[in-house]
Design a protein around this ligand. Structure first.
Ligand code: DC
Length: 219
C-alpha cells in the first residue's frame, strides 16, 4: 500500500491486516528511525555515505508489541515508535529517504520481512519497487485539506498544540519531496486499486479494500 503523507495508510493497513490475520509494517518508521539516530549523533544528513554507514551499523528488529498486528521498529534493541513522530524527524526524513544507498538497504530489510507473505506493508514505493509482484496493491489518496484536517484532529486529540496552516504546509512539502525524488518516488503502480478517501472514513476504506481483496482471491 502506498500513498502520500497523512492519508491514513497505517490505520487502514492495520484494520485490513487484523481482519486477514496478517502482520502490518509501516516502512516510514524505518526512514524516521534512521533520521532520528542520525540527528541524535549529529550527522550531516546530506553526507550520504555517513548516513548509510550508520544504517549498516545499527541492529534492526521488527517485533509485535502489546498483541498488536503491527511489527514495530527496534533499533539497537530500543523501540523507536514514540520518538520518531515529532515534526523535526518527519521534516528531515525526506533527505534520508532520498539517499540511494539507504533506500537499497531499507528495501532489503523490507523484502526480508515480506518474504513469507501474510503481511500488509505501507510506504511510498512498496507496490512500485519493493514488491512489484505483490498479491494485491493499493494506492490510497485524499485531498490535501482532508489530510491536514485529519492530522490536526489527531494532534488535538493527543493534547498537542497544532496550527492548521503549518500542518498543511508541512504536508505539502513532504508530498513534493516524495514525488520529485529521483530514486523510487511516490507513484501509483499501474495495477493498484486506487482509493480516494477524501469523503470516506478509514473503516469504509478498509472495508472497500477487504471486499476487493476477497473478490480477487476467490473468497
Ligand atoms: O510515512 P512517513 O511520513 O512516516 O514516512 C517518513 C519518510 O519516509 C517520508 O519522508 C517518506 C519516506 N518514505 C519513503 O521514502 N519510502 C517508504 N517506503 C516509506 C517512507
Amino acid at each position: 500500500m502506498d500513498g502520500p503523507a497523512g492519508v491514513g495508510k497505517s490505520t487502514v493497513g492495520q484494520l485490513v491486516a487484523k481482519e486477514l490475520g496478517y502482520r502490518f509494517i509501516n516502512t516510514g518508521e524505518m526512514y524516521r528511525a534512521l533520521t532520528w539516530k542520525a540527528l541524535e549523533r549529529g550527522l550531516d544528513l546530506a553526507d550520504e555515505a555517513a548516513v548509510l554507514a550508520l544504517a549498516e551499523s545499527l541492529k534492526w528488529d521488527f517485533k509485535a508489541v502489546d498483541g498488536g498486528v503491527a511489527l514495530k521498529t527496534f533499533v539497537d534493541g530500543e523501540g523507536v515508535s514514540a520518538r520518531i513522530r515529532d515534526e523535526r524527524v518527519g521534516a528531515n526524513s525526506s533527505l534520508v529517504a532520498a539517499n540511494r544507498g539507504v533506500r537499497r538497504f531499507m528495501c532489503r530489510l523490507q523484502r526480508r520481512l515480506g518474504r513469507g507473505g501474510g503481511i500488509v506493508m505501507e510506504g511510498r514505493d512498496i507496490a512500485t519497487h519493493v514488491f512489484p509482484d505483490a498479491d494485491f496493491k493499493i494506492y490510497l489518496d485524499a485531498s490535501i485539506d482532508e489530510r491536514a484536517a485529519r492530522r490536526y484532529r489527531q494532534l488535538k486529540a493527543a493534547g498537542v498544540a497544532a496550527d492548521r496552516q503549518k500542518i498543511k504546509e508541512a504536508i505539502l512539502t513532504r508530498d513534493l519531496n516524495d514525488l520529485k525524488r529521483k530514486i523510487n518516488p511516490l507513484a501509483q503502480a499501474a495495477d493498484a486499486l486506487v482509493i480516494d478517501s477524501t469523503r470516506l472514513n478509514l473503516h469504509q476504506v478498509a472495508d472497500r479494500i477487504l471486499k476487493a481483496v476477497r473478490a480477487a482471491h476467490g473468497g
